[in-house]
Design a protein around this ligand. Structure first.
Ligand SMILES: *Cc1c(COP(=O)(O)O)cnc(C)c1O
Length: 862
């Protein structure tokens, strides 16, 4: 029978073990083994049955069981000790506290709070609010910020059915189910007003509708994460569904989700500060464009509360905003019809202080190659943020090329999008067995302390190898359980499943491949030549085995076909003991998968993998990467930490390109990877392989950590943004007003700014190194003062069509001003490089509040 209504009765814990409730409600348990052990010790069986979820576990204990625990002195003292440990974790000084003291002492800003907006957060399997890498990264960012003491507050949405659960039908076709999450059964608490009523965020929608939301708070160590939930009383049926599922829903749902995330998110932050006394964020970081409307809400606030004009408010908002772009795949970027934006933000729905034309202009693709009538969330994100980055060096290059239309007049290298390479949260992703070996042989489990990496050679080869085998064996056990359960769902009886006990072998070279299934990730590249793959799987002396997983977006039929193709291959009785497809890739599966694999395979279509993080997680568990040189691997592959699959860059025919790259992959596996794995010494150890494992840990370990990433963000983006933010709001927003006025003046004059004449001297017909080029440049500034601009000599090598490359920029100095608004600038440049040399002179805006000379996209070249 179906219940007509459901609610949860919260457990009341006896006072002696009340501390369990505190431990369960702080998600630090998810990356803190001693706390997990404590919960497991209550009942190992119930712990597993509850999906290793402390809140669920506690809710399933009877009053008698709780009373027995409360009477057990030893247990009670472990609870007390665990709470003391948590208290220290939450209150002790950490990296940020000492760093910020140094900063402030040096007169630089260390932000009091940083808001981090993301449409998804992957923190633990227990809170399935993520679909893939973007969410996992956001989760790792928060956990690491907590470990480092960085004062971040997360903002997202609470999706009632999360993403979806994946299973397979008999034919190997992906089936999606959407189990409903009851927030009362999750480690969440509701933000309440002082009188106990739930706090509400309200947003106006077209046609007089309103969107109300409650705000749940998850506590991620020291970091609060605010999640907005539209399934609340007072909303109509349709509005209640806005946050039903991640990337789901048709019609206007996506836009409504983004309104709630951006605008509602800022309102939730204000609520949070009012109710908890938390400091107002000084920096706003948006993880991809989905949360871009947060800037619009902040402009509206400044116009309303401080009487700024739109342009002044825009400068104040931009200064304190950081935008991270995550994808070079156009389909990964949200674009809406401008008409729809007009409907939501125009007419009766117009936000005071934010004219809809100004909003439309922020997201307009009004550059070469752009599409009229489209509102692009990434473009708005870039225009609302003074600082932006991609997520690996290669992705930085690709992003600068992709968005260069926003900064006309500048070469791609000067486009103000930097890069910070992603990292992963070791305590979440490194297997306990690895920590145990480190503790035993290096005397520390603090693998984030960089000197431990350098000493990794000190771990005996047999210890490295036996640890890997132990983890491989755990994966094999987990995979067999998953294969059995999957076949049961596919309609097989136990009698037909005897073979599952022989699936995979803990001594065979294990290659993992798990990720979402958009086309560019090429799940089925390995199936290009099925006979060749079969031969590798069934090789009599050097077999490989493959563990594969991944979800396709529910609306992506192509992705589902690829999964089916893979499943059908893996169903073949001839190979099914050597290749498995495990349904429902999620954090829980991933935590077994990375440690258990010897090799992590990644074969995206270059350069569409912005960074990729699964290979980093594999590396931290002693896995070797076998990957296309894309994303992070392009940056850190060194020839000894894994293998690079050669790419057929430039081959236009996609089929041929796949053929070439697949053939290269088979060759590598057969001749290099398997050969090395099975090359054993007298003791049965693959010394060459083990050397690659330790080299991987030693060289990649310190780089792939999220602690490196979050420190990079703090130093390179958050702190400068906080400095800039403080500068523009000081003295009643004098800086914002000045910068807005400056930009208006520059834009008005720019059409008449001109480099009229350049006079070189000092060089002979055949110049040589050490000679000096002297230049005079005469420029017209149309009423701008020489202080408003930089006049620059830009020099470098030239290619055969006279394009400069390897450019360097040298400022010219003002020599003389004339009555008619013309000025003479001059400078000297010694020739330091042989080969082709070319130069030009240009005028660019100059103002102390600009983060880059390219910021306005205005340059006047000679
Ligand atoms: C790490 C991770 C991802 C992202 O991996 P990529 O290499 O970026 O594709 C996706 N899903 C889960 C469950 C993960 O743990």
């Amino acid at each position: 029978m179906k219940a007509i209504r459901r609610f949860s009765v919260r457990t009341v814990l006896p006072s002696r073990i009340e501390g369990l409730g505190v431990l369960a409600s702080n998600l630090r348990w998810s990356w803190h083994p001693p706390t997990r052990d404590l919960f497991e010790s209550i009942s190992p069986r119930k712990w597993v049955d509850a999906g290793e979820d402390p809140v669920k576990l506690l809710s399933r204990l009877s009053a008698d069981e709780l009373a027995a625990l409360a009477a057990d002195d030893e247990f009670v003292s472990s609870v007390v000790a665990a709470n003391e440990d948590l208290h220290h974790y939450l209150t002790d000084e950490r990296w940020y506290q000492s760093w910020s003291r140094e900063q402030e002492a040096a007169g630089k800003a260390a932000p009091a709070a940083i808001a981090y907006f993301s449409p998804e957060f992957g923190i633990t399997a227990v809170l399935p609010q993520y679909s893939g890498g973007l969410g996992i990264l956001a989760g790792d960012h928060l956990k690491t910020a907590s470990d480092l003491g960085v004062p971040i507050v997360g903002v997202g949405l609470f999706y009632k059915t999360g993403y979806f659960k994946q299973s397979l039908n008999r034919d190997g076709w992906q089936v999606e189910t959407y189990p409903v999450l009851d927030p009362d059964e999750l480690p969440l608490s509701l933000l309440r007003e002082e009188d106990g009523t739930p706090a509400v965020v309200t947003i106006d929608l077209p046609a007089g509708r309103v969107l109300n939301a409650h705000v749940w708070k998850a506590q991620v160590g020291r970091v609060p994460l605010l999640l907005l939930d539209s399934d609340v009383p007072g909303n109509d049926e349709q509005t209640r569904k806005v946050t039903e599922s991640l990337y789901g829903g048709g019609g206007d749902t996506r836009l409504e989700q983004e309104l709630l995330l951006g605008i509602g998110g800022v309102r939730a932050l204000r609520l949070w500060s009012r109710l908890s006394g938390a400091p107002t964020p000084e920096v706003y970081h948006t993880n991809e464009g989905h949360a871009g409307f947060l800037g619009v809400e902040r402009i509206a606030e400044l116009v309303r509360d401080h009487g700024l004009s739109f342009d002044e408010a825009l400068e104040a908002v931009r200064a304190a905003t950081v935008f991270t772009t995550h994808t070079p795949v156009p389909a990964g970027i949200d674009r809406f019809d401008a008409a729809k934006i007009n409907l939501f933000f125009g007419g009766a729905n117009a936000i005071e202080g934010v004219p809809v034309e100004r909003l439309l202009a922020l997201g307009a693709e009004d550059y070469e190659g752009g599409q009229p009538g489209i509102f692009n969330m990434a473009v708005m994100g870039l225009r609302l943020a003074q600082r932006a980055n991609g997520v690996s060096q290669l992705h930085g290059v690709v992003s600068r090329g992709m968005f260069d239309g926003l900064w006309p007049g500048f070469d791609d290298v000067e486009v103000p999008i930097t890069s910070i390479t992603n990292g992963v949260h070791a305590p979440t992703w490194v297997d306990r067995a690895v920590y145990d070996v480190a503790r035993k042989h290096l005397g520390t489990a603090d693998i984030a302390g960089t000197d431990a990496w350098a000493r990794i050679d000190g771990v005996p080869a047999d210890a490295v190898w036996s640890t890997k085998r132990e983890m491989r064996e755990k994966l094999v056990t987990d995979a067999r359980r998953r294969v059995r359960s999957s076949w049961q769902k596919r309609g097989a009886t136990d009698a037909e499943l005897g073979w599952v006990d022989d699936v995979l072998d803990p001594d065979v070279l294990t290659i993992g491949f798990a990720r979402r299934v958009p086309t560019y990730k090429r799940l089925t590249l390995m199936l290009r030549d099925p006979a060749r793959l079969k031969a590798l799987l069934l090789h009599p002396q050097r077999p490989i085995q493959l563990v594969i997983a991944g979800k396709s977006h529910p609306a992506d039929e192509t992705g589902k076909r690829l999964i089916q193709e893979m499943v059908r291959f893996a169903d073949d009785p001839e190979v099914r003991h050597r290749i498995v497809f495990l349904p429902n890739y999620d954090i829980a599966m991933a935590q077994h998968l990375y440690p258990g694999c010897d090799v992590w395979l990644n074969n995206p279509l270059r350069p569409f993998e912005a960074c990729g993080t699964s290979g980093m997680k594999a590396a931290l568990n002693g896995g070797l990467n076998l990957s296309i040189l894309d994303g992070w691997w392009d940056e850190w592959f060194d020839g000894r930490n894994g293998w690079a699959i050669p790419t057929a860059d430039g081959v236009e025919d996609a089929e041929r390109r796949d053929d070439i790259e697949a053939a290269a992959l088979y060759d590598l596996i057969e001749n290099d990877v398997a050969a090395k794995f099975y090359d054993r010494d007298a003791a049965g150890l693959p010394q060459g392989w083990i050397a690659m494992m330790t080299h991987t840990l030693k060289t990649l370990g310190p780089k792939v950590l999220a602690s490196r990433m979050v420190q990079d963000y703090t130093r390179q983006l958050y702190s400068p943004a906080a400095n800039a933010g403080r500068a523009v709001i000081a003295s009643d927003f004098a800086g914002a007003k000045d910068l807005a006025a400056y930009k208006a003046k520059i834009r008005a004059s720019w059409p008449k700014v001109k480099v009229e004449h350049v006079e070189p001297s000092g060089l002979s017909d055949s110049p040589q190194i050490g000679d000096v080029l002297d230049l005079r440049a005469y420029v017209a500034l149309d009423g701008l003062t020489p202080d408003d601009v930089d006049v620059q000599l830009v020099h470098g090598h030239v290619n055969d069509v006279d394009e400069l490359w390897g450019m360097e920029v040298a400022p010219l100095r003002l020599v003389e001003s004339y009555d008619d608004g013309r000025h003479q600038f001059a400078g000297s440049q010694p020739l330091r490089r042989t080969g082709s040399f070319g130069y030009s002179v240009r005028v660019v805006p100059k103002h102390p509040s600009l983060a880059s000379a390219a910021e306005l996209g205005l340059a006047r070249n000679a």
